[in-house]
Design a protein around this ligand. Structure first.
Ligand SMILES: *Cc1c(COP(=O)(O)O)cnc(C)c1O
Length: 486
């Protein structure tokens, strides 16, 4: 049912709260050029009206708290609420970012600085790195910071570097970050087994390569088994190895990027450690580096003093400088820190094992019904193709829309780009076998309907307020303005 605008439900004079008369003398009015000419048009409703309005709107939301959300690459897992409670503690939540600039301010917020410092240490241990920065505010932002440090490294050595190498299975942000930093991008094709073609790499690479960026597991959900050889090739040309660890839940406690030849790694803590991803909410993309890159880490850096207190270093000639206001998205870091301590070493290993087990379970169960272009053990996600279904006129998009009617968020579709009619399923480690089995059942139903009654798929969704919007118009002629007399 369509919910009316809150303005349309307004009744003149209705009110949600009574405010006592002010006992304070009125201040002199603002200058005329700074005051409104007309009264603000605000809706007038009772508290109950407001609560019902927003509760009903929120029920139209698809969220991890309400539904299964196997959106590949995005790790839409359930996040433990105690991490949220930690971030909401008044000592963290009420902190003013200007505190550090006050005389003695660092001492006042020493605990928060320690939390960032300790998070950097924990992430260094988890990833096998020598140092970390928690400044970047998203995965792509972390990539950009990493590439800028690689650039600073090459400049300091007088290296003439022109391009960054990525495989065609990399996440789109990898070539974008390299290009934003001013590098050309060279794309290496993948082999039929889904891994980077090392022979093609050997013939493409020259001393002008600044770095090789590997999304690992790659966007096919496969681990690049040739990483050691790839990193030897890179290092023999003084190119650095970049690990896109956005999906670290696939390898937690199993392998450390720093142990297999990588010099830089970024982690999406808003996928792996305790903050939900998606919806454009705040994230954090901490970046870890090997010792050769430590001098270039962004500012400010948190320093542990001899007496055990913490201070902030805001100047450093070699650093690439500031990447974010203040200390990045601090609340997200509090959640990540809490999550890591809460789970501990064994818990983190369990995360990786369950994430991988769940994806492989789905892959095996759905293999008889959908094309599986890379039929081998996957990591935390598996990629099917709806190519077989297109023969009956049903596309990956139709299957995605059908799932919405069954109250399941669709998997990522049409990505990775190298798979036609791709459906990229990431169940995450947090879902129960019952939920996963229900998803499998519904996908099998979709496969069967494709043959018996494809119109059901083509006409879905039927249970949503809007069926299939014209996606081009929704993007090009966006109209979110409401007419309420303003
Ligand atoms: C999500 C993701 C990114 C980008 O992270 P953002 O926080 O959305 O910028 C980069 N690489 C991979 C592999 C990802 O899954």
């Amino acid at each position: 049912m369509k919910t009316p605008l809150i303005f349309d439900a307004s009744v003149k004079g209705r009110c949600a709260a009574t405010i006592p008369a002010s006992g304070v003398p009125e201040a002199s009015p603002l200058p005329a050029n700074m005051t409104r000419i007309t009264d603000a048009v605000l809706p007038e409703l009772s508290e109950l009206d407001v609560v019902r309005h927003f509760t009903n709107l929120s029920r139209k939301n698809f969220s991890v708290d309400t539904h299964f959300y196997p959106l590949g690459s995005c790790t839409m897992k359930y996040n433990i609420k105690s991490c949220e409670s930690a971030a909401a503690l008044p000592g963290f939540n009420g902190l003013h970012p200007f505190y550090t600039y006050l005389p003695g301010g660092s001492k006042e917020i020493s605990g928060s600085l320690e939390l960032i410092y300790e998070s950097e240490r924990l992430l260094s241990e988890i990833c096998g790195m020598d140092g970390f920065t928690c400044q970047p505010m998203a995965g792509a932002h972390g990539e950009y910071a990493g590439i800028r440090m690689i650039e600073a490294y090459h400049k300091s050595k007088g290296n003439n570097k022109k391009y960054v190498i990525v495989p065609d299975t990399s996440h789109g942000t990898n070539p974008a970050s390299a290009a934003l930093a001013g590098y050309e991008v060279i794309t290496i094709p993948s082999r039929p087994d889904g891994e980077m073609d090392i022979d093609a790499l050997k013939s493409a690479i020259t001393p002008e390569a600044a770095a090789i960026m590997l999304t690992c597991p790659n966007t096919l959900g496969l681990f690049e088994t040739g990483v050691r050889e790839i990193s030897e090739i890179a290092h023999s040309h003084d190119a650095l190895m970049y690990y896109d660890g956005a999906n670290l839940n696939a390898i937690l406690g199993k392998v450390r990027p720093g142990d297999i030849g990588f010099d830089v790694v970024h982690v999406n803590v808003h996928k792996t450690f305790g903050t939900p991803h998606g919806g454009g909410g705040p994230g954090a993309g901490p970046v870890g580096v090997k010792s050769v890159l430590l001098p270039y880490l962004p500012l400010p850096k948190i320093v542990k003093e001899g007496d055990g207190s913490f201070s902030v270093a805001s100047e450093d000639d070699k650093s690439i400088g500031k990447m974010a206001p203040f200390f990045g998205n601090f609340g997200v870091l509090v959640k990540a820190y809490t999550y890591i301590l809460l789970l501990g070493k064994e818990g983190l290993i369990d995360v990786a094992e369950k994430a991988v087990l769940n994806a492989n379970y789905i892959m095996e169960k759905l293999k008889p019904y959908f094309d599986l272009p890379y039929d081998r053990r996957c990591m935390h996600e598996c990629v099917f193709s709806a190519s077989a279904q297109t023969k009956n006129g049903v596309s990956a998009l139709d299957i995605a829309k059908f799932l919405i009617d069954r109250e399941i968020h669709p998997p990522t579709v049409y990505f990775p780009l190298i798979v036609k009619e791709a459906m990229m399923v990431e169940p995450t480690e947090t879902e129960s076998k019952e939920t996963i089995d229900r998803f499998i059942e519904i996908m099998i139903e979709a496969a069967k309907l494709t043959q018996t009654d494809p119109a059901v798929l083509k006409n879905s969704p039927v249970n949503t307020p809007i069926g299939r919007p014209d996606e081009t118009k929704a993007a090009r002629q966006i109209d979110v303005k409401m007419n309420c007399g303003l």
